[in-house]
Write a protein that binds this ligand. Structure first.
Ligand SMILES: Cc1cc2nc3c(=O)[nH]c(=O)nc-3n(C[C@H](O)[C@H](O)[C@H](O)COP(=O)(O)OP(=O)(O)OC[C@H]3O[C@@H](n4cnc5c(N)ncnc54)[C@H](O)[C@@H]3O)c2cc1C
Length: 602
């Protein structure tokens, strides 16, 4: 039964049983019936025969989901438990488990919880069958691709999971024209990927094998569909924009079970919403097609660590770095990261594109020289800058020392993750926040307050500038393309996204044998993250936050994630999913639901 029919049938039933009202009492409107999704112990939970029917209709690909360490309960020496412990640091293994999540939870926010069942979808038909089943049986639905949601939006207890991991085909196109766009759009080189593909799959096919570039994310194990719907940045975004802006077409299964192909010519509103409007909200994307770009000759990097010998010297160092950034690095060539640490250290971990080795070095030499000129104030450790053939950036044979290969037998040869990303695998988050900083703060008259705020924030927690995640300084056409997406327009005027976050290893998945989390210390850490973010919000209030790398507890999330685009997204949501089948924490339309997504409010 559809939700509306169900509601009206409940309303009729309730009206029929109301006692007659005392004429002297003011008439009270009948209490609205509460609409809830069903849980396994509810009478309305589908019968075993119903589940068997679903299993048949998805070619047997219905799985009872287990938590990662469920196998350890009562049998710590058993194969399942040993396997979990052996692989817990491997992000590919985590993604290969229906109950797996890249993070092991977030203090006071969420803890990984397996769905009751998962459909391991092979194609859009399986997805449509699962959607129909969830809608008809009033189930809580969750969608998972790469499982990298920091906000925990791809897992929920008592739910049915649509798991796209197996849909990972990648196809290159020399001249792609979207369906219905013939004669209206120029053919362009592109790549199509199933929703379960990860960025490493695309970088391997497009760059290592194909000699071109596709705009995606930095972390190689993030899912393609999830990142595109987030907006999607990496260190080269200042040159190429967001992943969402590169979307040419998507195949999507909507709440009514229809399989649609949407692009700028067909269903442009829904297409626009998929470009940064947030995952898990408008339907299940089953395939994306993204524009590819000419590959620059070089990708490069600059690295090093500057330790200031006093807080005063560190404040001066930040001021100098801000000026250096504005003079030399504020352009399409440079991205990611610099870190300002509470122990008065500036960590440099920057990436460049389109600069020769000599140009890369020349850019940094003046800054390194400035630091070296004051040995009484600063110590410079392992500075360097260089560039390499861009085509070898994700080539494991050429850059073996940068990556960790998936060691499991049978793993694709190109599957690897960055050594620098190991600290993220399975991390239990204490807190996380992000905000965009407008480029106006780089102007001469504002630089001092920017540097002071960065210093003040760094007294509480490490502050990271993700420079590629702000599009001020990007080419005009890149900014114009990003303007055609649902991402908060604040990104266009921001020179960086600041991320302040912390957590702990080893992973804290339920059932994982490890020392208990020190809750008091973790909460102090979370508080420091809030204090650091507050220092920066003082100089940049309401500057927006990146939906997929943001604070779980952000109270102004509609405005912060999408700015003026929220009203349009809300209207699209009401049209394509009027009954709210798709729910995620702080997703468009989620204000209509209880925090767990089970009860409709109002
Ligand atoms: C370690 C790590 C590194 C990251 N690095 C970057 C980065 O470099 N750049 C960046 O921009 N972001 C980054 N992110 C954030 C990341 O882009 C988002 O969390 C993204 O949504 C993850 O997609 P996923 O498929 O891996 O995750 P999932 O957890 O599977 O999905 C994320 C969200 O998308 C929804 N979703 C998944 N598949 C579909 C589908 N087929 N159709 C509709 N909705 C779907 C889910 O319901 C969920 O709400 C990172 C996150 C982590 C944990």
């Amino acid at each position: 039964m559809k939700r509306r029919e169900f509601l009206s049938s409940l309303a009729v039933a309730a009206a029929g049983t109301l006692p007659s009202l005392n004429a002297a009492m003011p008439a009270r409107p009948p209490a609205k019936p509460v609409w809830r999704r069903v849980r396994p112990l509810d009478a309305a939970w589908p019968s075993a025969a119903s589940w068997a029917g679903l299993k048949d209709s998805v070619g047997g690909q219905l799985i009872e989901v287990q938590a990662l360490f469920q196998g350890c309960t009562g049998d710590p020496e058993g194969a399942a438990c040993v396997e979990a412990h052996k692989n817990i640091g491997n992000p590919y293994w985590l993604g290969d488990q229906p109950g797996g999540t890249e993070n092991s939870g977030w203090l006071d926010a969420w803890s990984p919880a397996p769905s009751a069942y998962a459909v391991k979808a092979r194609h859009a038909g399986d997805v449509a069958a699962a959607i129909d089943f969830a809608r008809e049986n009033r189930l809580r639905l969750v969608l998972k691709g790469g499982g990298h949601s920091y906000l925990g939006t791809s897992n929920a207890p008592d739910s049915l999971l649509i798991w796209t991991r197996a849909m990972n085909q990648v196809t290159l196109h020399e001249a792609f024209v979207g369906q219905g766009c013939a004669g209206r759009a120029e053919p362009v080189p592109a790549v199509s990927a199933g929703a379960g593909a990860m960025w490493m799959d695309l970088y391997h096919a497009v760059t290592t094998e194909g000699g071109r570039y596709v705009q995606g994310g930095s972390c190689t194990t993030v899912g393609v569909a999830g990142l595109v719907q987030s907006g999607g940045f990496n260190a080269f975004s200042k040159g190429f924009g967001t992943a969402a802006a590169g979307l040419l077409e998507a195949e999507i299964v909507t709440a009514d079970g229809r399989v649609l192909v949407v692009n700028a010519c067909r269903d442009p509103e829904l297409f626009w919403a998929l470009k940064g409007g947030g995952g898990g909200t408008f339907g299940v994307v089953t395939r994306v097609t993204l524009r590819t770009h000419e590959l620059p000759r070089y990708f490069g990097a600059a690295w090093g660590e500057v330790r200031a010998r006093s807080s005063e010297a560190f404040a001066r160092l930040i001021g100098r770095f801000v000026a250096f950034y504005r003079e030399t690095l504020f352009n399409p060539h440079w991205g990611e990261h610099v870190h300002f640490r509470p122990d008065n250290v500036l960590e440099i971990d920057m990436v460049s594109q389109g600069l020769s080795p000599e140009q890369t070095q020349a850019a940094w030499q003046p800054f390194f020289d400035w630091v070296k000129a004051s040995p009484q104030d600063f110590e410079l450790a392992s500075p360097g800058a260089w560039a390499w053939n861009a085509r070898s950036w994700w080539d494991l044979d050429k850059r073996a020392s940068t990556y960790i290969r998936d060691p499991r037998a049978g793993a694709p040869r190109h599957h690897a993750w960055g050594k620098g990303d190991q600290g993220e695998v399975g991390v239990f988050l204490h807190g996380y926040d992000s905000l965009w900083l407008p480029a106006a703060l780089l102007q001469a008259e504002s630089r001092r307050s920017l540097a002071e705020a960065l210093f003040a924030a760094s007294r509480h927690q490490m502050v990271r500038l993700h420079i590629g995640k702000g599009l001020a300084g990007a080419p005009d056409e890149v900014r114009a393309a990003a303007r055609q997406t649902a991402t908060n327009p604040a990104v266009l005027d921001a020179f960086t996204l600041v991320i302040i976050a912390d957590g702990e290893q080893p992973p804290a998945y339920p059932g994982h044998a490890r020392p208990a989390v020190d809750l008091a210390a973790a909460r102090r850490n979370a508080r420091n993250i809030d204090l650091a973010a507050a220092e920066l919000r003082r100089i940049s209030p309401n500057s927006g936050s990146y939906v997929s790398e943001s604070n779980y507890f952000n109270r102004g999330w509609q405005r912060e994630y999408w700015g003026a685009n929220y009203a349009r997204l809300r209207a699209i949501k009401s049209k394509v999913d009027p009954d709210g089948l798709f729910f995620v924490h702080h997703g468009v339309g989620s204000e209509d639901w209880s925090a767990d997504g089970f009860t409709r409010l109002g």
